[in-house]
Design a protein around this ligand. Structure first.
Ligand SMILES: C[S@@+](CC[C@H](N)C(=O)[O-])C[C@H]1O[C@@H](n2cnc3c(N)ncnc32)[C@H](O)[C@@H]1O
Length: 284
């Protein structure tokens, strides 16, 4: 059985929900995201609940092969480290979002994934609408957001983190294919950000656990050009595409539709398509 989502047809591993520790929650999740329960214990990957000692709230996690659980935790690990030490507004990702006279632009992250980039952007005060088409990834993301909200109820004032809650309140999530969503809903938004999965040339031992899970679950995104085209028709200010530093730009039908600017960091490039500039040159 493959992951069941209308457009996420690139899934390369079978996925089901483990009902062993939390049967009621498993049933609810199965209905909510239309995912099967792993009755035969035959799925390559399972979504299940990971309990950590002293933590009153279990984490929804992805389990596969002999890897440890993959879950989203906005309050600790890499995300917390980047929040505290990542460089704030000076980070290339944040600078790529730009500025408007009226204030911070609104952002739609069309490829939300594990929410890392959205979290960085939201931590700088931007309102971010996240879209993720993989039901499994959207389920992990929804659980990560909800746990921060629940922590206010479960944890003492000393342990809870109101600043973190403030960041999470800047983020909202929709499980959908972003191309379909942009074309059908025509949302009003200043910046559309996209970070499609880039095909791995060779197996890289250093690829992080989260990224490996994504590669197994959703595979490379082969339709990013369609998403970019839809984003260019929708954003009012700019579209930002994250690419590995040496990767070519995304090719569109019109080869003259190229980025207006780029911001680079050691391994990454942010290609910026300015809507005003593209309109001025008659390309949009
Ligand atoms: C490389 S990951 C994004 C990682 C993310 N920037 C982060 O910080 O965690 C790409 C994600 O985009 C999602 N995706 C790709 N194309 C999409 C589309 N058209 N609509 C919605 N999600 C999409 C994939 O399912 C995958 O989870």
């Amino acid at each position: 059985m493959s992951e069941t989502s209308t457009s996420a047809s690139h899934a390369i591993a079978s996925l089901a929900i483990s009902h062993l520790t939390e049967p009621k929650a498993a049933q609810l999740l199965s209905e909510r995201f239309n995912l099967p329960i792993d009755l035969q214990h035959s799925a390559d990957m399972t979504l299940g609940w990971h309990w950590v000692k002293k933590d009153p709230i279990p984490k929804l996690a992805l389990f596969y092969q002999d890897s440890g659980p993959v879950f989203i935790d906005f309050g600790s690990g890499k995300k917390a480290h980047r929040r505290h030490f990542g460089g704030g507004k000076g980070q290339p990702l944040v600078r790529a979002m730009g500025k408007l006279k009226e204030g911070l632009p609104t952002v739609l992250d069309a490829t939300a994934g594990m929410g890392g980039d959205s979290f960085v952007i939201a931590s700088q005060g931007f309102k971010v609408q996240m879209i993720e088409r993989s039901v499994a990834v959207a389920a992990l993301l929804e659980d990560g957001l909800k746990r921060v909200q629940d922590s206010l109820r479960c944890l003492s004032d000393k342990e809870s983190d109101p600043e973190l809650l403030g960041i999470i309140m800047n983020m909202s999530l929709l499980q959908a294919d972003a191309t379909d969503y942009l074309l059908s809903q025509k949302p009003v938004v200043d910046v559309i950000y996209m970070d499609p999965m880039y095909p791995e040339k060779k197996k890289n031992a250093a690829t992080k656990k989260e990224m490996k899970a994504l590669q197994n679950l959703v595979g490379p995104d082969r339709d990013s050009e369609n998403l970019l085209q839809a984003a260019l028709q929708t954003a009012s200010y700019r579209v930002v595409v994250k690419r590995p530093k040496s990767a070519p730009i995304l090719q569109l039908n019109n080869p003259r539709l190229t980025p207006s600017a780029e911001i680079s960091s050691p391994n990454t490039r942010y290609d910026i398509y300015s809507i005003k500039a593209l309109k001025a040159s008659g390309l949009l």
